[in-house]
Write a protein that binds this ligand. Structure first.
Ligand code: NI
Length: 179
């Protein structure tokens, strides 16, 4: 999947901004503005040196994410998806715990449990149905970014004490705003 060119990098929104703490609006119009948004999201992700980015992380209330991630097996998972839905994995589901971080909680990484295989289904920028699927680190990214679009930041999945510690160390408010 290619990366649209000429994107413009936007500032990253941090934990505590209401746009990160509520579900994003579904995309209903697949037009040039959406292509521009996706180009800008890639540019913003690269400038911030991230491996995934959700639209609300640049303050846009739309259900879209992009990723460009080393799969740690010699490959690279690059793509975007609109209105993604995480498919339920049939049991037995294997949880893996590994280090996870987020551009919206700068500089903080901690062990987080995730299912080891994930598939999200949605649409590409032209409105064609598509899926993204991966294992391990890629699966972690797919779950992390889909969470963002549902209003969940990874630290919300951690014990309260640890969440407060990470947010404090990032210099952010420890209070999650009301939806
Ligand atoms: Ni994130």
């Amino acid at each position: 999947m290619s990366v649209p060119e000429n994107g413009k990098a936007h500032p990253i929104v941090h934990y505590g901004d209401p746009v990160l703490h509520r579900p994003c609006q579904k995309v209903t119009t697949f037009d040039d503005d959406l292509v521009t948004l996706i180009a800008d999201m890639f540019a913003s992700m690269y400038e911030a040196e991230g491996v995934g980015l959700a639209a609300n992380q640049i303050g846009v209330d739309l259900s879209v994410f992009v990723m460009d991630i080393d799969d740690r097996k010699g490959g690279r998972a690059i793509g975007h998806i609109v209105n993604p839905v995480l498919e339920e994995q049939p049991p037995p589901r294997t949880l893996v715990t590994d280090s996870e971080g987020c551009l919206s909680v700068p500089g903080q990484y901690t062990d987080t449990a995730r299912v080891d295989t994930a598939t999200v289904s949605g649409y590409d920028m032209y409105g064609k149905p598509t899926t993204l699927t991966g294992e391990g680190y890629v699966a972690r990214c797919l779950q992390h970014e889909t969470d963002h679009l549902n209003g969940i930041v990874f630290v919300d999945r951690l014990p309260k004490k640890l969440r407060k510690k990470l947010l404090t160390e990032a210099g952010l408010s420890t209070e999650r705003p009301a939806r």
